[in-house]
Design a protein around this ligand. Structure first.
Ligand code: ADP
Ligand code: MG
Length: 257
């Protein structure tokens, strides 16, 4: 099937006029944007802007009050998380999930069985192969047999990436997965996301770290109170001092790394 064209590339994810309300709080307010195949889009905004809510809606964990989500040319607005994962969309969780006494490798195998890009049930042997490949990709092979709860904070982030990668997705939603890493770990994380793109995987990168957004994103979408307030190439959004000081906490006058 031919997909509609957006910005000269093929649209993979298309979010149109999505609204979500929690009690009286409007978490998403008619939000629209798209991610092309193989593209890295940075999604930025202050705490409470609605970024994680968007991840929930797109991945099927949360139901939108109105609006539409299309993925790979299909309307997925009303599909549940397993069905959407099976179409090739994977998300990380901002708060680390409990490991239930599993080893690092078992966590990655679970990730591989949750979704498979061809929509068929993944066999355990294939899942194990995918999991081992994903662990090698993020550099966690030496920790494979270790109980996952013994991993340090940075290794847990790597496992979170391996877990979603093991499902062989076409799009990964990374929800602040690089936050809290030290300088060396951050550089490593940035290299990893670049390697995802080289594999043709599109990424929606939710991140407060300017260095990560500047080094990775092809395009940035800025949201505030659930609504899109700016969108464009990284260079033009990062050149906007006002947006910078408001959304990345960079004091006026300070240079961007
Ligand atoms: P972000 O990820 O950008 O920090 P969130 O999507 O987590 O923002 O939250 C957006 C808004 O929705 C916030 O005001 C938050 O308090 C509210 N919110 C998020 N999830 C829930 C929920 N499950 N129940 C009630 N309010 C929520
Ligand atoms: Mg969040």
């Amino acid at each position: 099937m031919r997909l509609p064209s957006y910005g000269g590339e093929r649209v993979l994810l298309e979010v149109t006029d999505v609204c979500v309300t929690f009690g009286g709080v409007r978490a998403l307010d008619a939000l629209s944007f798209a991610v092309d195949e193989g593209e890295i889009v940075g999604l930025v905004g202050p705490n409470g802007a609605g970024k994680s809510t968007l991840v929930g809606v797109v991945s099927g964990a949360l139901r939108a009050d109105s609006g539409r989500v299309r993925f790979g040319g299909r309307d997925v607005t009303r599909l549940g998380p397993h069905r959407i994962a099976a179409l090739g969309l994977a998300r990380t969780f901002q708060t680390v999930q409990p490991f239930l006494g599993l080893t690092t490798r078992e966590c990655a195998v679970l990730g591989a069985t949750f979704g498979s890009a061809d929509g068929r049930r993944t066999r355990l042997r294939e899942a194990a192969l995918s999991a081992d490949e994903a662990l090698a990709f993020v550099g966690l092979t030496p920790q494979a047999a270790m109980p996952a709860e013994q991993l340090n904070a940075a290794q847990r982030r790597l496992l979170e990436i391996a877990r979603v990668l093991a499902a062989r997705p076409r799009l990964i939603l990374l929800d602040e997965v690089l936050s809290g890493l030290n300088t060396a770990e951050l550089e490593r994380g940035i290299e990893l996301v670049r390697a995802l793109r080289r594999r043709g995987i599109a990424v929606l990168l939710i991140e407060h770290i300017v260095r990560a957004i500047a080094g990775l994103a092809d395009r940035v979408v800025v949201i505030d109170r659930g609504a899109k307030i700016a969108e464009g190439p990284v260079s033009s959004v990062l050149a906007d001092r006002r947006a910078l000081s408001a959304y990345f906490g960079v004091p006026r006058g300070q240079s961007v790394p």
